[in-house]
Ligand binder design. Sequence first.
Ligand code: ASP
Ligand code: MG
Length: 438
Amino acid sequence: MKVLKFGGTSVGSALRIKEVAKLITDGERKIVVLSAMSGTTNTLVEISDYLYKKNPEGANEIINRLETKYRQHIDELYATPEYKQKGLELIKSHFDYIRSYTKDLFTLFEEKVVLAQGELISTAMMNYYLQECGVKSVLLPALEYMRTDKNAEPDPVYIKEKLQVQLELHPNADIYITQGFICRNAYGEVDNLQRGGSDYTASLIGAAVNASEIQIWTDIDGMHNNDPRIVDKTSPVRHLHFEEAAELAYFGAKILHPTCIQPAKYANIPVRLLNTMDPTAPGTLISNDTEKGKIKAVAAKDNITAIKIKSSRMLLAHGFLRKVFEIFESYQTSIDMICTSEVGVSVSIDNTKHLNEILDDLKKYGTVTVDKDMCIICVVGDLEWENVGFEAKALDAMRDIPVRMISFGGSNYNISFLIRECDKKQALQSLSDALFNE
Ligand code: ASP
Ligand code: MG
């Protein structure tokens, strides 16, 4: 069985929902994971912000506006009075429920419930639409099987077992529709897999049912070899290794959430990125295979801060790096890049919430300098060290750009440069010209 996930823009209007319905009704049994309609989760966050600030009038205004929009979607989506009525009742019940949260104390717990409504609505709308079209479609309630443990990590054993139970309740269904993003936590409370988490849902389900393929449908033809918003002449990469895709997803490619990679990789289930607007385009296949001898893509991550600790104490000493890393760990700040010399170490971070405390602690061990507004440029491909020429090519493209750090050899798949954010466009273009458009 395949698992297909459609993002917010793919189900962003009645028309788009109808297009997705066409795509998924090809006679094959499948599980379909949906995001909330585009913009909905952001609006629910906005509503929650008003409620945190104890402003129910502000919240109600946005709730009413969103409800009106949904009533229009219902009117456009269904053809028969019966389903128009069902749709309107659905919308009313969810919005009345959201409104019930404007009256009492509003905490993180209530926010999670409010945020869950987007996916609950979009999936119910799709399910009704398919049923109106005569398709044997059922809803698999994610809150019954998707669960995180006490460390807020998905619990694969629980998910597999409970999902199986849900599937067995409907042995004759052709299409199973389910919610991305939402789950329950270890205490049974409504929770979620973090923003953009629907890709993660699809991958967890794929692993749980040992799917033949996980498809992530968005509105672009696969993962591109560079950022199409910044660089001219980018093109889709047709085949990526999971590790390459993970680097790209983490370092800037918006098309896939980085958490989606791991469950699929370990279960060895290929992930295909496809385009709802152009369903026959080949997209990108991500698997445990790789195309050898090729640089595949470039991505960039902004808002990076570089920190250098220079210390003569590091010379010939052991345990220095541990002390440095412990400081970052104690402030729950993860490090992206590291470069060391005999007398100093540079690291890059993207979360600067505890920067001042970190710097104060680091000063005990040496002279500390900070460079802000930096950006990581990540070049991804078959970069095994025995292959010659690829590093030189990437470095040559960076010839005119001041480079603060270079990291190579951490994996077989990437080389990263830390540069100033203001040089990003030039760096990306120059890498594209040198690596892909010769
Ligand atoms: N609707 C959620 C969000 O906007 C999850 C997702 O779309 O992946 O973050
Ligand atoms: Mg997404």
